[in-house]
Ligand binder design. Structure first.
Ligand SMILES: Nc1nc2c(ncn2[C@@H]2O[C@H](COP(=O)(O)OP(=O)(O)O)[C@@H](O)[C@H]2O)c(=O)[nH]1
Ligand SMILES: [Mg+2]
Length: 210
């Protein structure tokens, strides 16, 4: 019998056009949809996966990268257990933005225990369009103590690995800080998006608060 844990809250961040919504779509539907609408605000999906014999629910927020929505973004990554920072391997600016915009913003506003993944997407364009070398991106991910993956939301390459590796890292991080308790899989009523203080706020980080 597998143990079921309450969800981990995950947030996809990165410039607009890097493929966050296509990654989210692949996670949910196992297919590429090139006609996805631009994200407005954020989209939400849930996905269950098995980590070391335990079922983990990943509560995933796919945010809009566009400048006009940036003021809203902290609403989605606040209290997150993990953040997926996505850039496009064919777009140097999208990679530089991790360093100049996304990392400074999340460092300012979040728990430093949060697990990070740096994802270079559009790997299917490797031959014709790569401008961000893998080594450079991997080196940056190492500096952040983040997992590094290159993916294609078009072919599905490595996409599932994003959340599988993230879930494992979140568990390790929580176990190390003694935060990981097994919750009843039913989310308690009135727990959604409530501001709590002190210890309660800390415990709410280990639950899916989305
Ligand atoms: N070739 C290729 N195109 C992709 C990939 N992921 C997304 N795209 C395309 O990139 C554009 C932006 O994708 P989208 O998921 O909306 O980006 P978002 O703004 O980060 O959510 C769309 O035209 C997608 O079809 C990928 O892995 N490979
Ligand atoms: Mg989008």
């Amino acid at each position: 019998m597998s143990i079921k844990r309450e969800g981990y809250k995950i947030c996809l961040l990165g410039n607009t056009g890097v493929g966050k919504s296509c990654i989210a779509h692949w996670l949910k539907h196992d297919e590429f949809d090139e006609k996805l609408d631009n994200t407005i605000g954020a989209a939400y999906l849930e996905k269950e996966l098995s980590v070391n014999g335990e079922t983990v629910k990943m509560c995933i927020w796919d945010t809009a990268g566009a400048e006009r929505f940036r003021a809203l973004t902290p609403l989605y990554y606040r209290g997150a257990d993990g953040i997926v920072l996505v850039y496009d391997i064919t777009d140097e600016t999208s990679f530089q933005s991790l360093r100049t915009e996304w990392i400074p913003t999340i460092r300012m506003r979040t728990d430093t225990n949060m697990a990070l993944v740096v994802v270079g997407n559009k790997l299917d364009l490797e031959e014709t369009g790569r401008v961000v070398p893998s080594d450079e991106a991997r080196g940056y991910a190492d500096l952040l103590n983040a997992i590094f993956l290159e993916t294609s939301a078009k072919t599905g390459e490595n996409v599932e690995r994003i959340i599988a590796q993230l879930a494992t890292k979140i568990r390790e991080t929580k176990q190390a800080s003694n935060e990981d308790v097994i919750h009843n899989p039913t989310r308690p009523k009135n727990s959604d998006n409530q501001e709590t203080s002190g210890q309660n706020r800390r415990r709410s980080h280990s639950k899916c608060t989305c």
